[in-house]
Write a protein that binds this ligand. Sequence first.
Ligand code: PMP
Length: 441
Amino acid sequence: KKERLSTSEILDIRKTKYGPSCMLFFEQAPLRIERGSGQYMFDEEGTRYIDCINNVAHVGHSHPRVTEAAVKQMKQLYTNNRYLHDNLPRLVEKITQTMPTDLSVCYFTNSGSEANDLALQLTRMFRHRHDIITLDNAYHGTVTSLQQINPYKWKQVEKETSDMYRSQWVHVVPAPDSYRGKYRDDEYTMEELTDLYVQEVQHVVDDLRGQGRAPAALILESMQSCGGQIIYPLGYLKGIKRIMDECGGLIIADEVQVGFGRVGDHWWAFQQYGADFVPDIVTIGKPMGNGHPVAAVVTTKEISQSFKLPYFNTYGGNPVSCAIALAVLEVIETDGLMENAKIVGNYLMDQMRELASRHQCIGDVRGRGLFCGMDLVLDRTTREPATELAKYIVGKLRYDGVILSRDGPHENVLKFKPPMCFSKQDVDEVITKIDKLLYEF
Ligand code: PMP
């Protein structure tokens, strides 16, 4: 029996016998990563890559304490959560301690998609309503209910395909992107544009009211990731919360990408918009298991009590997943990763701004903690997206030991969301390489 498959064998099987929907990173020269450690990955030849994008390997690739916790619990017991075990209540306590007091009830699932789907079910059951408001360019997961609220995905396919996922219950509002959204900061003051984006939600609610309907919920990420690293104007969330409160709709904050201390100052990204903004439901995932599939829904007692459907999730809340999530939470604290995200994130922002002072093609630099983006433009006035340039940089960096990605509706935003142990040296190395490429292009 052969020990290893050749790269062409892997590619062949992936091409012919694996669902073709998943695009590889670097389709022309896919990487064969064999090992990960901290913020680095290593390919088959031992070449090191700085990982600027893996927000799942939150506390660092293959963190020994997380791996240890997994192995220890695997060796001892795996069962479903219909038996009593310490790990589940311990994790519930730990997570709810990081949240505002009202968010006191958890459900454990295996993926962000399951968490968001359950969140939608909870909101729909709460007031027996069906309509959902979603932001343009949003991505919330893979299952049917979420493909119906994923404008990000609809745009990537032919209309005929996206139409299959359009639903009369789903209403799209513009993403509050002050740089290249419907209302921009070169035309309006921040106050004006915040108001205009909030009004867009009001219009949908008014429209629905005219038809004798009201939304069950508005779902949004606390910062929009796939949409191009968008940080909302400060008053936006409070503005839409007021509207939703008035019409009895709920707010779901999707923290699947941006949670677990990534913003540095807070455990959860929604907390940066003020202590008086509290969503009704928060969904969390990806970083929660540092690579192991575990996710959760956190909500209020009242909402959880209105959910009448018996809910049993075979793997959700099992002792192994809980042990892993507990280890992740512990490592965030013991390794000081939130503080690191703040320090290194600020440093990265400074370095990106310095780069922008020398390169006209950097139109905007934005971020919080280790969630940052660099919006590349052809023209600073028109803000026309520099998609080809972004593609060039990401493609070149791949050969220079850096994994970076680009996103947003125009795929022109360089996107940083690295493991939380990312260092200033990593920033220096990556920025120097981008600087060089920008001069070369
Ligand atoms: N919400 C957001 C914001 C995400 O980015 C993702 C995954 N990219 C999901 C939900 C879905 O999570 P999963 O892939 O774990 O189902």
